[in-house]
Design a protein around this ligand. Sequence first.
Ligand SMILES: C[S@@+](CC[C@H](N)C(=O)[O-])C[C@H]1O[C@@H](n2cnc3c(N)ncnc32)[C@H](O)[C@@H]1O
Length: 439
Amino acid sequence: MKLSLPRNKDLRGDAAWVIYQILEAGKSSRECLNIAQRRHTSKDSAWIQEMTMGVMRQLPQLQLWLRALLEQPLKGKNKIIEHLLLLGLYQLAFSRVSEHAAVSETVNACPQLGSPGLKALVNAILRRFQRENLAHQLSSDPIVASGLPKWIVKALQPHYSQEQISHIIEQTNTIAPVWLRVNQQQTTVDNFTQSLKAHNVEYRLSDDHPDAVLLLSRTDIPSLPGYIQGWFSVQDGAAQYAARYLNPQPGERILDCCAAPGGKTSHILELAPNLNACVALDNEASRLARLKENIQRLKLEATVVHADAIDTDTWWDGNLFDRILLDAPCSATGVIRRHPDIRWLRKATDIERLVSLQQTMLDKLWPLLKEGGTLLYATCSILPQENAQQISRFLARYDDAHLDAITRDETDNHPGRQILPGEQQMDGFYYARLVKSAS
Ligand SMILES: C[S@@+](CC[C@H](N)C(=O)[O-])C[C@H]1O[C@@H](n2cnc3c(N)ncnc32)[C@H](O)[C@@H]1O
């Protein structure tokens, strides 16, 4: 169904609409933030992003306050006012918005959201929150303080130490830095960073990533030098390992399965411009449209296939691949700091379904790989069920599958490299490299 905003424009009303769409309709922030931001100035759209994502990070605490302040839950068309109230409480407790504006402008958004009659209620709740100084009464419950749903914290507990979990939670609630990847087919890191300097953009290079530039300040990406010319892409440092670990060679046939929006496809093409074929496959048309835009801007070319990876009969031409990248659909628990809404969109019950989908994908793609070929399995998850346990079971099922270790301490029982969020400023990611021997 097409998403539609309230007819009149209102900064706080539009922010409440985004929060409502994520929490009540299960829409991703990518889908609804863009729609809301489009009709605002860049300053206001940055405000909407900051406030809505702030609400996602602090939701358990905000809901606790709201439950104490609101005698009865709101229903029907008034439900959205609960989300406006969450926004109001967030502004008062966690933002630098002046208290006066936080109360009066939030109250004034009620008519735009179709509930003019609730202005007095919103006003009374926000004023009581101020009067009773509730912003200083934070819950001591560690789950509430984590800003995460209980199921995620519980899912981490069997696999990580308390110290690691505290660190993951802390990192998950920070704002992720912006990493760029220089397109070495169009420019060099040296040239690109010279032009960043000329535009007074602060950055750092990375010891581990030859193409990476880590920005040290918030910047409007399309206004950076070389954006239109395709000099760089935005891609987290952890994701920049994918093409390097895959190690594509000239003349090879590569399959990038689950490719959209093309961050890793384009890196593969930048590293190996003389491939025999690079098939970029995904089952979501709208994401493939973004992949096409991205590789076009970067002046690269791939064979784009819209298909379900599992139905190999419908899309595979029978020619084996030298290398396959399977960037599998996953819980995305490693990238929550970058997409704070994920924590509320994913449900505990999703994990079992994802683990089974990943297993089916591995089983369906393995026969498409040549003998001696490499399959790189990647997720942006930090849950071992989707990562080391998945690959360990795969190695036990297939006699012709062997681990090609990325790190020194990998074994068949503990395969792959698990990167935790915040490690060297990167997102949480997992990689395992498998090689096919003669069967
Ligand atoms: C982690 S994202 C891929 C990110 C991408 N590799 C990049 O670097 O930009 C996972 C992708 O898997 C796709 N996907 C999920 N199920 C699929 C299926 N059954 N067949 C093909 N693609 C699928 C999703 O549409 C999504 O684009």
